[in-house]
Design a protein around this ligand. Sequence first.
Ligand code: 5GP
Length: 192
Amino acid sequence: MTPSAEQNAPWYDADIERVILSSDQIAEKTAELAKQIDADYAGTDGLLLVGLFKGAVMFMADLARALTLPLEMEFMDLSSYGSKATSSGVVRVLKDLDTDIKDRHVLVVEDIVDSGLTLSWLLKYLPSRHPASVEVVSMVRKPKALESNVPVKYVGFDVPDEFVVGYGMDFAERYRELPFVGVLKPRVYENA
Ligand code: 5GP
């Protein structure tokens, strides 16, 4: 790389081992998912998208703009007790829904499903509010999610069991703004 090209490279390039989903691939897949969702909910009075903070923000914004159905958007913030590795499936609601979901078609929007524990909890919690239906769309799914059988109706991409960042997903609150999904270099974890 020439010195001027290096100067123009975004700050995060040096931290990324490899890109696994380019922004073009993400955009193409989002359009595909939106088309399928539009078709599945045709004839309904529209959808209530429920995004999970903070990771789903980018996908939620892009998916909402790709859908042609009437939409409302809500966000929830959920936190699992303990570390991710030993997550017990006990979930704390840091921010609940601001609206009544009774008789609404709810589509939960996730960035990534890994163990599926957070989502399994949510899929037990939401029906107590009597929605017309609840389904899930996730941009990315990891292999563990398949083992857990958590029902994710719409999946963008299956990715290997590696820690990924970008397109809303963070490491220590950084890298969410990356327009692609990539794997971090090990030295980033080692120095953290
Ligand atoms: P689960 O309950 O499915 O194990 O965890 C889901 C949450 O864990 C995601 O919403 C995300 O916040 C986090 N997570 C799981 N795998 C990854 C990953 O590879 N990268 C990032 N940045 N977060 C992940």
